[in-house]
Design a protein around this ligand. Structure first.
Ligand code: CTP
Length: 401
């Protein structure tokens, strides 16, 4: 949504991953961006200019001079035209050229002329990526202020497995969006978020836990990070990839570990969001060895865990904002209000398990935000990403007042 009407140069170089550039161009166009593709001559061996011209709706440029039309392409104009330049895939060769200021093709000349942010997405074999020369060149580009879209891990064209795969087009779009996100209002703000379930062991193989997937917490971390905040995510065990490399992730298992991780960091936070589904009880005894099956009926004593939100809420500092979640199955509002006041939160985000598509495991959520002063803002069923932005908007308004 941030890329509408943005002018984007997509530079494509000679890598087997060039086919993914077609998906990238399509995604950028879908967002309403104007896309100008510049390919190196080598890239033509991997994907045809016709495909990219069709997807971008503009002729693809490769050389300074077009023999057929007799047109000369001004690299300075192109460099000034762009709001962002994305080079994806970027080969080791092109990265070396950019790092050393070579201008022996249209793409590298436009790079030198560009005043806009540049995002470089490397794609190469793992050993090329590991080589000190490439490492040094990438460091040089970072020092120039360019951003590198970290290459992924997986099977490579060489048949080897390792780091070097082009970042996924969706990820490249997301990083690009960050340059234009409207809400840089959160720059300088520190946000601490708890997320996911906690697991409380009985013995080395068994535990008490819940169905939380951590999606809501991760979406919140992503939204606040995109909006310029400095985000720390204290996460119980989940199967989610880190939402962004700028986010600090502290991984924990138990409620006690989550509490300790938060206690150490809470003093610095401007905003704390308690999105974790903390296990309310933990086994009193934790066996060192795997429990053997014997009794017909097993009784195990559980002990109440620390209530992280309640404890940190009680010690809330002047100017700090705290948001809790309430996942309820009945008496929703009444229970949510009890949590809002009892835990000294400024807002509570209520979601009911009675609403279809809300709660654990879904990609969607239906939330109502209740503030301390009684203001209630109900939202319709949305993706968890959109729900995170709704919560962010309410915080933004609070901070503006
Ligand atoms: N919370 C917490 N630490 C706990 C339990 C809950 O920080 N030990 C936080 C949750 O992250 C959430 C809020 O408190 O923001 C409410 O959590 P919820 O599980 O809905 O409520 P509980 O207080 O545990 O009460 P109950 O399970 O009886 O509904």
């Amino acid at each position: 949504m941030y890329l509408k009407d943005k002018k984007i140069i997509v530079g494509i170089t000679g890598s087997i991953a060039a086919y993914k550039a077609a998906v990238l161009v399509r995604l950028l166009k879908k967002q309403g961006a104007e896309v100008q593709v510049i390919m190196t001559a080598d890239a033509h061996s991997f994907i045809t200019p016709l495909t990219l011209a069709t997807l971008s709706g503009r002729p693809v440029l490769t050389a300074y001079f077009d023999q057929e039309s007799g047109q000369w392409y001004n690299h300075v104009e192109l460099g000034l035209w762009a709001d962002i330049m994305i080079i994806a895939p970027a080969t080791a060769n092109t990265i070396a050229k950019l790092a050393n200021g070579l201008a022996d093709n249209l793409l590298s000349a436009v790079y030198l002329s560009a005043r806009c942010p540049v995002l470089v997405a490397p794609a190469m074999d793992l050993d090329m990526l590991k080589h000190p020369a490439t490492r040094k060149n990438l460091e040089t580009l970072k020092a120039f202020g360019n951003q590198i879209a970290a290459p992924g891990h997986g099977e490579l064209a060489s048949g080897l497995t390792g780091e070097g795969r082009l970042a996924e087009p969706e990820e490249i779009v997301r990083i690009s969006e960050k340059y234009f996100s409207r809400r840089r209002a959160f720059a300088g703000k520190k946000v601490l978020i708890t997320s996911g379930p906690t697991v409380e062991p009985f013995d080395p193989v068994r535990f008490v836990s819940n169905h939380s997937t951590g999606k809501m917490g991760y979406e919140l971390a992503k939204a606040f990070n995109d909006a310029g905040a400095d985000v720390t995510l204290v996460s119980g065990p989940v199967h989610l990839k880190s939402p962004d490399e700028d986010i600090t992730i502290v991984r924990v298992q138990t409620a006690l570990q989550m509490y300790n991780a938060c206690r150490e960091r809470v003093a610095d936070a401007d905003l704390v969001i308690f999105a974790a589904a903390v296990a309310d009880y933990r086994p009193d005894d934790v066996l060192e060895y795997k429990m053997k099956k014997s009794e017909e009926v097993l009784q195990w004593q559980l002990r109440k865990n620390v209530d992280i939100a309640r404890t940190l809420g009680a010690g809330k500092k002047e100017g700090q904002l705290m948001i809790g979640f309430a996942l309820e199955t009945d008496n929703e509002k009444e229970n949510a209000l009890k949590k809002l006041t009892g835990k000294n939160m400024d807002m509570i985000v209520l979601n009911s398990l009675q609403d279809e598509g809300a709660g654990f495991g879904h990609d969607t959520n239906k939330i109502t935000v209740i503030e301390k002063d009684g203001t209630e803002t109900p939202f319709v069923l949305k993706t968890k990403e959109q729900a995170a932005w709704d919560i962010l908007s309410i915080v933004e308004k609070k901070w503006e007042n």
